[in-house]
Every structure is written in structure tokens, then in C-alpha cells.
Design a protein around this ligand. Sequence first.
Ligand SMILES: [Zn+2]
Length: 136
Amino acid sequence: MHNRDAVFLEDLCPKLRVRRWRKSLHGFTGESCIYCGKPSESIDHVLPRSKGGLSITENCVPACLSCNGDKSDKEAFDWYRRQRFYDPRRAMAIRAWMDGDLRLALRLLQWAQPDEMQKVKASTENKDQNWSLLVA
Ligand SMILES: [Zn+2]
């Protein structure tokens, strides 16, 4: 890891903005790790900073400390496929996230973990099929 990369983001943005940005990332997934679904305690760079990954939304995903630490600067999808909790829907969600399609990413995550994602009140997802079934 290069020190230059570590300070890159802080140089560009006031700290408060960075904190709010990170919080909003956690909010997208209902504060759950995009890889395994456990509570997200950190932000992981999908493409590691040491390999030129930028601190932008498309490259930064909520992750638990265990995934973040274990993945380290390995190739994300290569690493993820080897995990016990590997879920192809999550892998697709990460790809959509990297493409900047957060809506698609959230749909895939909701598919992968319907319970955890119930608490996410994404403005686009208020008419959940499950809800209409319950009230029918
Ligand atoms: Zn995790």
C-alpha cells in the first residue's frame, strides 16, 4: 500500500463529506457486508488501492472486517469464489455496483438476502411483492 494513495481521498474531500459518503454506502446495503451479509463495519475497495483502485462509489463496497481483511489486495472475484458463503447473486450485485448500477445491485442483494434487506427502505423498492402477498 502506498502512502500517497491513503491520503488521496482525504486530500480531495473534507472529512465530513467522506464520512457521510461512507455512511451512505453502508445505508445502501442495510449495513450488511456485500460479500457475506454480516454487519458491514468497513468499506472495501473492490479493486485494491494498491492496484490503482479509486475511492469512488463504484469501487467501494460495504464489507465486514473479516471479509475486508481476508480479501486484502487479492483479486475480488477470484477471492470471493473460494469463500464458503459465495453466492452468485452477490457476485452479480458487486458487478452491477461496479458498473454504477446501484439499483440493480440492490435488487440482486435483496434476492440474496430477503430478510436483512427488508429494513432497507430504498425509495424505488416500496412496492415489494412480499408485502402485497401479506395484505392480500
Ligand atoms: Zn463479510
